[in-house]
Design a protein around this ligand. Structure first.
Ligand code: CTP
Length: 426
């Protein structure tokens, strides 16, 4: 579900970082819009890092995307926390003096929940109470604040409700209870366009880009994947009529239009999103470059160089093999689903590229393996590619080369052919 999380300028803004985490971990796509004052309490970098989206509070940023209209139009749920006295007043009087208030005015029919936090006197002031009444009369859900210790020595009603309580109230309002990891994604999150074509009516999930494995809040282990091939595959699947979900790790290119994007950072996040997405996917294409290892320990604070202690040694632990797990999960559920892996291989004295690729196909047990020959020609970041498509069913290896769009079209054609071989058209 697409959520806009508006953050008001109150000390409770720090608790909203946990609320954001709850939303993203449940698989929702959250855009944070803090007010100017909110960024004095929690900086833009925190919201960007936790949401995976750029963050702004000005209507003059990203003007070409018409943000002040688009965010409100696209939102399926808007949550404002903490809703300060000022923010409630601005919303009640329909002001449009920053990105959040514009977005609230553009919200159309989507549910809006506001979670107030302020000192007791402000909350109980007739002006605030009148604003709350106005907002409620317009169908906006304004939660009652919790009671307890406030910022100073005072206590009383005015505390921000706990993040878990806001999370549950928000999802209940949107009619989308938290989903277990194996349940299908909510329909709104799963599907977009469905055009005529060989994949019409099918849902295709594509992973793309390179995962990033954090070492500390500012550093990560990553790889050179640009995401170009995965993005081209998502576009080709869309053009073949499929409803497409793109699981986007770090990419150098923007996602294509008309596909549903789920942003992920680490291999573990990609695993969760992929297993989640698998429940309603007819085809899964694992084009992402997944880190095989992650740091065993992630420092909560920036690792400093110090003269009085030895330089750090990074220990790694192995990440799960997502592709293998997808195949196992599918087989255990006897689900009809085509799973495609990618492999970058080099030959050596013990075997050529196709020998190693064939061994990988047996190991991973996916239906198709798209093999890049790396070594003499670089693949990462280039606009062209040359691959061999191997099939577990044993048909002849098929070569495809050209632009990454050409290669994507060939892979999608092959997927269509495999599907029609397994399930003849009605
Ligand atoms: N893959 C995955 N999970 C991982 C690693 C890779 O799902 N932890 C997927 C990739 O998305 C790709 C395929 O597996 O579709 C092959 O990736 P590759 O890195 O070549 O496979 P590895 O199993 O890591 O093989 P190698 O030992 O050659 O690195």
């Amino acid at each position: 579900m697409r959520i806009v999380l508006g953050v008001g300028g109150g000390i409770a803004a720090y608790k909203v970082a946990s609320l954001l985490r709850l939303f993203t971990e449940a698989g929702h796509d959250v855009t944070v819009i803090p007010t100017e004052a909110a960024t004095r309490f929690v900086g833009v970098a925190t919201w960007e890092a936790l949401s995976g989206h750029p963050v702004s509070n000005s209507v003059f940023d990203e003007v070409h995307t018409v943000n002040h209209v688009r965010l409100g139009h696209e939102a399926e749920l808007i949550v404002v926390a903490p809703a300060t006295a000022d923010l409630l007043a601005r919303a009640a009087t329909g002001q449009a003096n920053d990105l959040l208030s514009n977005t609230l005015l553009m919200a159309g029919g989507c549910p809006v929940l506001m979670a107030p936090a302020m000192h007791t006197e402000m909350w109980q002031h007739p002006a605030t109470q009148a604003n709350v009444e106005t907002l409620r009369s317009r169908g906006i859900t304004v939660l009652e604040p919790a009671s307890g210790r406030l910022t100073g020595s005072d206590s009383g009603p005015g505390r921000l409700p706990e993040p878990e309580a806001i999370f549950e109230a928000a999802l209940a309002l949107a009619g989308a209870p938290p989903v277990p990891a194996t349940a299908p994604l909510p329909a709104s999150d799963a599907v977009l366009s469905s055009a005529p074509g060989p994949l019409a009516g099918l849902t295709v999930t594509v992973s793309a880009g390179g995962t990033r494995e954090p070492l500390d809040p500012v550093r990560f282990l990553g790889n050179r994947s640009s995401g170009k091939q995965g993005v081209a595959l998502a576009a080709a699947a869309r053009d073949a009529g499929a409803k497409v979900r793109l699981l986007a790790a770090h990419m150098d290119v923007p996602p294509p239009s008309g596909v549903n994007v789920v942003n992920v950072e680490t291999a573990l996040e990609l695993r969760k999103a992929a297993l989640h997405a698998a429940a309603d996917s007819d085809v899964i294409i694992m084009a992402a470059a997944v880190a095989d290892f992650r740091p065993a320990d992630v420092s909560g604070t920036k690792i400093k160089k110090r003269d009085d202690v030895a330089d750090p040694v990074i220990s790694l632990v192995r990440n799960p093999d997502i592709l293998r797990e997808l195949v196992e999960t599918r087989d255990a559920a006897s689900r009809r689903q085509l799973i495609v892996g990618f492999a970058a291989e080099t030959g050596d004295a013990d075997g050529d590229v196709l020998d190693y690729a064939a061994a990988k196909l047996r190991r991973k047990a996916c239906d198709l393996l798209v093999v890049n020959h790396v070594g003499q020609d670089k693949v990462f970041g280039e606009d062209t590619n040359s691959v061999v498509i191997l099939s577990r069913a044993g048909s002849e290896p098929q070569e495809a080369s050209g632009s990454k769009s050409d290669v994507a079209a060939a892979v999608i054609d092959r997927i269509s052919a495999e599907l029609s071989r397994v399930v003849p058209p009605a």
